[in-house]
Design a binder for this molecule. Structure first.
Ligand code: NAD
Length: 446
């Protein structure tokens, strides 16, 4: 459903009315060009603190792009700041100065990326405190620049290792990060070697990926974006949606598998289907999910059980069966779809919030197990995304829900899909155990 208020606020007449009345002004976001995905260009100003660790790696990570590294004299530029040198809270002057002097230079839909060290991995208390402060700083910057459609995010590196910086840095500077705002991506030791020669535009060439709930909404967008990135998509959806699924998959040269993921034989049927393909299985994206909203006192046991089984139980069974094979070993990816309701809780969604919180728990607890087998597991937690699910929300609540984030609008299904594409990239093997909110920095649970 289109956001009519966004259209109005960006029209000639609307702009002045919205200004006079002091109403929210949702900016038009710039998204990936499907004909030229992952293309990076524009001016970039890099700043560092004294003793920063990753300056050279930033330049290397952005090699073979059209990014133009500029000096402070530039009038318009994206900003990357390596804050890894901050070892105590009295060493933050350079951080302040860099953003104080340059934040106004961000173009419309500009990008800010800050790089720091993960506090929980730092032994020195002063150092850990100083690095932790970056989260609050980055989130406040994100709020300040949101009205321009710009985003700010933070990459935490683990220890002194910089391996794998390229994938998150490139993603956070790209148009694919249009609705990913105010987030922290934590890098770990890569679970497999990072291939130095990498085809950034078609990273999934020759790989197959499973997307559940692929007939419509976010799952359909994921299938389209992953096919754009070269993947052969195996789309799964309930038998009732078979026709819709087959149509969607035929347009992507993918495979349609009409299957209820809660069925007893679902894990085996999925494995059999993957085994029949020529392409190696790269990933399973557990997107299928439902809502059954009711106040807890009125919720039937059936509404509870059905939802929990679809949104988390079946996912656990599929993971278990897949890991019993070696199909995903050495390079595979598992992605869960959580929700900001699973982070903040939501009125009338105790069943849904339970299941989505459990998805985050699955990522946290399985990440070390998967890492040993060269697999990563991560989740996305969408906020308000424009789909059939959110179109069913009553008008006033829907308008309110859209404006509740720093970008003053709902996200599109492809915004969630772009984060999944980033997780699936072979270069992202140092991204494990993360839950990234795709919510435009929604206030819920922030
Ligand atoms: P949607 O209802 O449009 O699509 C979900 C798809 O999953 C449907 O095609 C449905 O048929 C399929 N599905 C449901 N049960 C299934 C089963 N048992 N087996 C196989 N397929 C099944 O929903 P959406 O808005 O695209 O949401 C996709 C995911 O994103 C869900 O997990 C949802 O909880 C999550 N999410 C959505 C939003 C949002 O704003 N739309 C926000 C947060 C999280």
């Amino acid at each position: 459903m289109s956001d009519k208020y966004l259209e109005f606020a960006n029209s000639k007449l609307g702009r002045s009315i919205v200004s006079v009345l002091g109403l929210p002004k949702p900016p038009r976001l710039i998204r990936e060009d499907s004909n030229n995905p992952h293309y990076l260009s524009g001016n970039l100003l890099c700043g560092t603190t004294t003793g920063a660790l990753y300056g050279t790696q930033i330049n290397q990570s952005l090699g073979a792009t059209e990014v133009n590294f500029v000096s402070e004299e530039a009038e318009s530029c994206h900003l990357v700041f390596d804050a890894s040198g901050i070892r105590s809270t009295d060493q933050t002057t350079e951080l302040y100065q860099f953003f104080h002097n340059n934040l106004a230079k961000l173009p419309r839909c500009g990008r800010v990326v800050i790089i720091g060290q993960q506090p929980s991995n730092i032994d020195n208390v002063e150092h850990a405190i100083a690095q932790r402060g970056l989260v609050g700083f980055m989130k406040s910057v994100a709020k300040e620049i949101g009205r321009k459609g710009a985003t700010a995010n933070l990459i935490y590196l683990n220890g002194f290792g910089h391996k794998g910086l390229a994938a998150p840095l490139r993603f956070l500077l790209s148009a694919g990060c249009a609705y990913t705002n105010g987030q922290v991506i934590t890098l770990t030791t890569p679970v497999t070697d990072i291939i130095p020669e990498h085809h950034w535009q078609q990273p999934l060439n020759g790989k197959s990926v499973v997307v559940t709930g692929a007939a419509r909404g976010i799952g359909l967008a994921m299938s389209q974006v992953l096919a754009r990135d070269g993947a052969m998509v195996i789309g799964v959806d309930v038998p009732q949606s078979k026709e819709q699924l087959e149509k969607a998959m035929s347009e992507l040269d993918g495979i349609a598998l009409a299957l209820d993921i809660t069925a007893e034989d679902a894990p085996q049927r999925l494995i059999d289907c993957c085994a029949q393909q020529e392409e190696k299985l790269q990933a399973v994206v557990h997107n299928a999910g439902i809502t059954r909203d009711k106040m807890l006192s009125r919720m039937t046991e059936q509404q509870w059980q059905l939802l929990v089984d679809i949104n988390i139980g079946s996912i656990q069974r599929i993971n278990h069966a897949l890991l019993a094979t070696q199909m995903l070993d050495q390079g595979g990816r598992i992605v869960g779809v959580a929700s900001i309701s699973g982070i903040a809780g939501n009125l009338g969604q105790s069943n849904y919030a339970y299941s989505k919180s459990a998805v985050i728990g699955m990522v946290d607890s399985m990440a070390p197990i998967c890492a040993k087998r060269g697999i990563t597991i991560n989740a996305v937690a969408p906020g308000f995304i424009e789909t059939k699910m959110t179109a069913a929300i009553p008008f006033a609540t829907r308008q309110f829900g859209r404006r509740l984030c720093s970008l003053s609008q709902g996200g599109l299904p492809e915004d969630v899909a772009e984060v999944v594409a980033f997780y699936l990239s072979p270069q992202a093997s140092g991204v494990n155990g993360n839950t990234i909110r795709v919510c435009g920095q929604n206030l819920m649970g922030a």
